[in-house]
Design a protein around this ligand. Structure first.
Ligand code: PGA
Length: 255
């Protein structure tokens, strides 16, 4: 089955509302009409309304970088799926490695977030990936399987309601991209686990994005891999001049 590729930018803790707006206007000048891929940007929460405004009536979708799993209550400092949805988001990142590392989010926490997003008909972009130490100890498949099984426990996955992002932690922000073979092997393994748990149809339809030092130079060989359906891009998503060529390369993925 045809999987529509995805070019997603994770802006992390960057870009004020004005900067987000300016970026989107510039990006729409670079790529004025809808490319043959989905294009999603995840600004900081306070810049979401400006980004949604700038992207209105265009093909660009705006995502949150994180959410709590409850919609209201005594949870100081948190955001909810209902709130980010009402701000105009259809997607939210879940379990980015920076959230797992610095904010101690566990697979169990992330399954609650994935479920809470689905309850609002939102699409989690669920991030998984091993550390360098885990890779060097031969634990890649064990870690990915745990993150998939426990992070998606009780989550009703369909091919369109969830996106997976494989982001090896050692490749994020380091300039050290996974080789196309290592990336493809990990993506194939993720699809196999999904097939075992959710069946062939869902596994064949779900999008699996690669993240970690994606650049205009390396996206071509990554996106050519059969199980890589797009990119989740940090540093190179901050400038239209680097993210536009990445988007074009992703959109050019052959069927
Ligand atoms: P990077 O970040 O492209 O800067 O490596 C990717 C990510 O953290 O999603």
């Amino acid at each position: 089955m045809k999987r529509v590729p995805v070019a997603a930018g994770n802006w992390k803790l960057n870009k004020t509302a004005d900067e987000a707006q300016k970026f989107i206007s510039e990006f729409l000048r670079e790529i004025p009409s809808a490319p043959a891929c989905e294009v999603i940007f995840a600004p900081v929460a306070l810049s979401i309304p400006a980004a949604v405004g700038a992207a209105a009536s265009s093909y660009i979708r705006i995502a949150a970088q994180n959410t709590y799993h409850k919609n209201s209550g005594a949870f100081t400092g948190e955001l909810s799926p209902a709130l980010i949805k009402s701000a105009g988001c259809r997607h939210s990142l879940v379990g980015h490695s920076e959230r797992r590392t610095y904010f101690h989010e566990t697979n169990k926490d992330l399954s609650l977030k994935n479920k809470a997003l689905h309850a609002e008909s939102m699409i989690p972009i669920y991030c998984i990936g091993e550390t360098l130490q885990e890779r060097e100890s031969g634990l890649v498949e064990k870690i990915l399987e745990e993150q998939l099984i426990y992070g998606l426990e009780g989550v009703e996955i369909g091919e369109d309601n969830t996106i997976i992002a494989y982001e090896p932690v050692w490749a994020i922000g380091t300039g050290r991209v996974a080789s196309k073979t290592d990336a493809q092997d990990a993506h194939r393994f993720v699809r196999q686990v999904l097939e075992r748990v959710y069946g062939g149809k869902i596994a064949a339809g779900i999008r699996i994005l690669y993240g970690g030092s994606v650049s205009p130079e390396n996206i071509g060989e990554l996106i050519a891999q059969p199980d890589i359906d797009g990119g989740l891009v940090g540093g190179a998503s901050l400038k239209p001049e680097t993210f536009a060529p990445i988007t074009r390369a992703i959109a050019a993925k052959p069927n």
